[in-house]
Design a protein around this ligand. Structure first.
Ligand code: KPL
Length: 315
């Protein structure tokens, strides 16, 4: 299989390192020339649960970079079966979407891995819905420097079409799921990605801002009654909103949130990583999206409003 991964952050490097030995070819697109050159010189080092740093077999990976400022006019040089879009949600700009589109041919599928909601509209306006898959993952990963990534917690990856009507008829994706499983990821096809996206939105809306504000690893949230009660308030407020929008969430979602904290106990959430590196966070697309939806329904989400304002101040 031939895969392009756009985004050389923690998830992009994790997936590239684990898939390298199983794919005919992988191209990783970094944001800067410096990172692409470092990766070309050193390859990706994967730090496993045992904290050992291993330089994998990167022979099948090439590294390149995307210049955000430049108008993209290049044409497709390689053909890919899948293009994994693994940049943070705020980086999905019209220019990036045009770049991504130019890397696809009529048989390439785009798999979009983001937290939050909102980006799917921009993708849908440029990429045919039958070429678009959404992915939701709870894998925990932390980038260390430009070329190393620590796998800080095993999670699950769900993939599926954006529109339920497209169903699971696309048997070809079974090969992708099997490939991910062979690489060591727990992966599944899903035909209710809307529910998965909402569930992940709530998981992130509960875990990410609190870890960013408290500057703690995900597991720490489980160790104090007051962080647990804040988590519960965030969860309950989000549930009221989901109900008002007739989104049917699994009854087990609260336990899933606790399980994600435990499974990624040593992880710095992506929002904490952004705050620590003075980057824009995804708060607008996570708690901010919930607040926008609540406003249009005349609902109040006071705990979300508070964490939103604190994270904005930290940004
Ligand atoms: O998705 C995550 C994130 O950090 O954005 C979790 C699952 C919370 C893992 O840290």
């Amino acid at each position: 299989m031939r895969i392009m991964i756009v985004g050389a952050g923690s998830l992009g490097l994790l997936y590239a390192a684990k898939l390298a030995a199983l794919c005919e070819h992988i191209t990783v697109i970094a944001r800067t020339r410096e990172q692409a050159e470092e990766l070309t010189a050193r390859g990706i080092a994967l730090i496993g649960a045992d904290k050992e740093k291993r330089n994998g077999n990167n022979a099948s990976i090439t590294f390149n970079y995307y210049i955000e400022e430049a108008e993209f006019t290049g044409s497709l040089k390689q053909s890919y079966d899948y293009l994994f879009l693994m940049v943070k949600q705020p980086s999905i700009t019209e220019k990036l979407v045009a770049y991504v589109k130019a890397q696809m041919n009529e048989s390439t599928y785009l798999v979009s891995f983001q937290n939050g909601i909102g980006h799917e509209e921009m993708l849908k306006s440029a990429i045919s819905p039958n070429r678009l898959l959404m992915a939701i993952t709870t894998e925990g990963a932390r980038r260390e420097g430009l070329t190393a990534v620590a796998h800080t917690g095993a999670g699950t990856t769900f993939l599926g079409p954006l529109n339920q009507e497209e169903g699971l008829g696309q048997l070809s994706h079974i090969l992708l799921v099997e490939l991910l499983q062979k690489a060591g990821f727990q992966a599944e096809m899903s035909n209710n990605m809307d529910v998965r996206i909402w569930s992940k939105l709530i998981i992130n809306a509960v875990i990410n801002p609190l870890t960013a504000i408290m500057r703690v690893q995900n597991g720490e949230l489980l160790h104090s009654t007051w962080s647990l009660s804040l988590m519960e308030s965030l969860y309950r407020e989000a549930l009221v909103l989901a109900e008002a929008r007739a989104v049917r969430l699994p009854d087990t979602l609260w336990n899933t949130i606790l399980d994600v904290c435990a499974a990624t106990a040593k992880n710095h959430s992506s929002m904490l990583q952004d705050i620590l590196h003075a980057r824009t966070t995804e708060i607008d697309r996570i708690n901010g999206s919930l607040l926008e939806m609540a406003k249009s329904l005349n609902l109040k989400l006071p705990t979300h409003q508070t964490v939103y304002q604190i994270v904005k101040a930290l940004e």
